[in-house]
Design a protein around this ligand. Structure first.
Ligand code: AMP
Length: 340
C-alpha cells in the first residue's frame, strides 16, 4: 500500500498527467472505511485512538479493515503526519437503525459478547442518493420516505425515513440481502452445515463460495457476474442467464415491498450504482413487482442510462428515479467539513 501511495503521489504532481503543482496543495485525505461497527456513527478525523478503533473492528471486517489501516498508515508515510486524514464509514449512515431492525433472532448473549448484529453497508451511497433525490424533487429529505436501491456488483437496499436509515439489506457482513454479482444474499443458515458435510468443506470455505461463486454468477451456472453479459445472453436465448436475472429482480422487488412496509409507505424509490444507473432491462424487470405501489414507470424514460432522471409519469403516487451515486464526492465533502 505504501508503494501504491508513492505512485499516486508521483502521478498527482506529474508534469503531464498530474492535477496539482505541488504536494503542499493536498489539504486533507479522506478514506472510505467499510466497518465502523457501533463505535463510529459518523465520519471522524483520524487520530491514534481512531486507528485503534478501526483495528479493533478487524474481526467484523477481516478483508477490509486491515487494508484501511495499512492505507491510512501509508498516507501518513507518503504525505506526512501533518496532513489531516478523515475516515468515512460505510456503516455510519445505518447507525440510526432501531434495535428491532438490527438484531438477529439469536440468543441475546451473542450480541452482548460479540456485537453480532446487522450493520449495513454502502451507507455513504445511501445517504448521498437519498439526499440528492430529495434535492432533485425540491423537497426536504426530512419529509420523505425513500427507498434507495444501490445495485452494483455488491448490492443493497435501504429504507430512509425522514432522513434516517431505518433498515437496510446487508447485515453483519455484506453477504446478507440481495442476490448480487457473486454473493448469495439471504440464505437458510442450515445450508452452510449441509453443504460443508456434502462437499467436505469447512464452514469458512462454504462462506467463501457464498461470497465469490454465488449470486448471478452462480445462478447463471458460472456464465458471468456482469449484468451486461447476462442481459445479452438472456436476449439471445440463454435460459440460465434469464433465470438468474429473474431471481435477481424478484429479490429486489421483495425488498422494496418489505421496506414500504417498514416505513408504512414510500414516496420515492431511487435506483443507483452500476446496474441501477445503467441497466434499463433489469430496472424494467424490477418495475414489474412495484407497480402496485403507484410507481408508473414510463418505458421511454426508463431507457436512459447513467443520468439523473425521473422514471415515473407525472402525478405518480410514488416517484421512481435514477440518481447516480458519487461516493468519492460524498467522502470529499465530509473530509472538507471535518477539516474546516
Ligand atoms: P458497480 O459495482 O456499481 O461498478 O456495478 C457493476 C455492474 O454494473 C456490472 O454488473 C455492470 O454490468 C453494470 N453496468 C455498468 N455499466 C453498465 C451499462 N452501461 N449497462 C449495463 N450495465 C452496466
Amino acid at each position: 500500500h505504501t508503494q501504491a501511495f508513492q505512485l499516486v503521489k508521483d502521478a498527482l504532481i506529474d508534469g503531464e498527467v498530474g492535477v496539482i503543482q505541488s504536494l503542499n496543495e493536498v489539504a486533507a485525505i479522506g478514506h472510505r472505511v467499510v466497518q465502523g461497527g457501533s463505535i463510529f456513527s459518523k465520519s471522524v478525523l483520524i487520530t491514534g485512538e481512531v486507528l485503534k478503533g478501526i483495528e479493533s473492528l478487524i474481526p467484523l471486517a477481516p478483508l477490509h479493515n486491515p487494508a484501511h489501516v495499512q492505507g491510512i498508515r501509508a498516507c501518513q508515510d507518503v504525505f506526512g503526519t501533518e496532513v489531516p486524514q478523515v475516515a468515512v464509514f460505510d456503516t455510519a449512515f445505518h447507525q440510526t437503525m432501531p434495535e428491532k431492525a438490527y438484531l438477529y433472532g439469536l440468543p441475546y448473549d451473542y450480541y452482548k459478547k460479540y456485537k453480532i448484529r446487522r450493520y449495513g453497508f454502502h451507507g455513504t451511497s445511501h445517504d448521498f442518493v437519498s439526499k440528492r433525490a430529495a434535492e432533485i424533487l425540491g423537497k426536504d429529505r426530512k419529509d420523505l420516505k425513500i427507498i434507495v436501491c444501490h445495485l452494483g456488483n455488491g448490492a443493497s437496499v435501504s429504507a430512509v425515513k425522514y432522513g434516517e436509515s431505518v433498515d437496510t439489506s446487508m447485515g453483519l457482513t455484506p453477504l446478507e440481502g440481495l442476490i448480487m454479482g457473486t454473493r448469495s444474499g439471504d440464505l437458510d443458515p442450515a445450508i452452510i452445515s449441509f453443504l460443508a458435510e456434502k462437499e467436505g468443506m469447512t464452514a469458512s470455505q462454504v462462506i467463501d463460495v457464498c461470497n465469490k461463486k454465488s449470486g448471478v454468477l452462480g445462478l447463471s451456472d458460472g456464465y458471468s457476474s456482469d449484468f451486461r453479459d447476462l442481459v445479452q445472453a438472456s436476449e439471445t436465448g440463454n435460459e440460465q442467464a434469464k433465470h438468474a436475472l429473474e431471481a435477481y429482480a424478484y429479490r429486489v422487488g421483495k425488498y422494496i415491498g418489505a421496506y414500504a412496509a417498514a416505513m408504512n409507505g414510500v414516496d420515492v424509490i431511487a435506483f443507483t450504482a452500476g446496474v441501477g444507473e445503467n441497466n434499463a432491462e433489469v430496472r424494467a424487470m424490477i418495475g414489474e413487482y412495484i407497480g402496485y405501489l403507484g410507481t408508473n414507470i414510463d418505458a421511454e424514460r426508463n431507457k436512459v442510462r447513467g443520468e439523473e432522471i425521473i422514471l415515473s409519469d407525472e402525478g405518480s403516487k410514488v416517484v421512481t428515479m435514477v440518481v447516480p451515486t458519487n461516493e468519492e464526492l460524498a467522502i470529499a465533502r465530509e473530509t472538507v467539513r471535518l477539516v474546516k
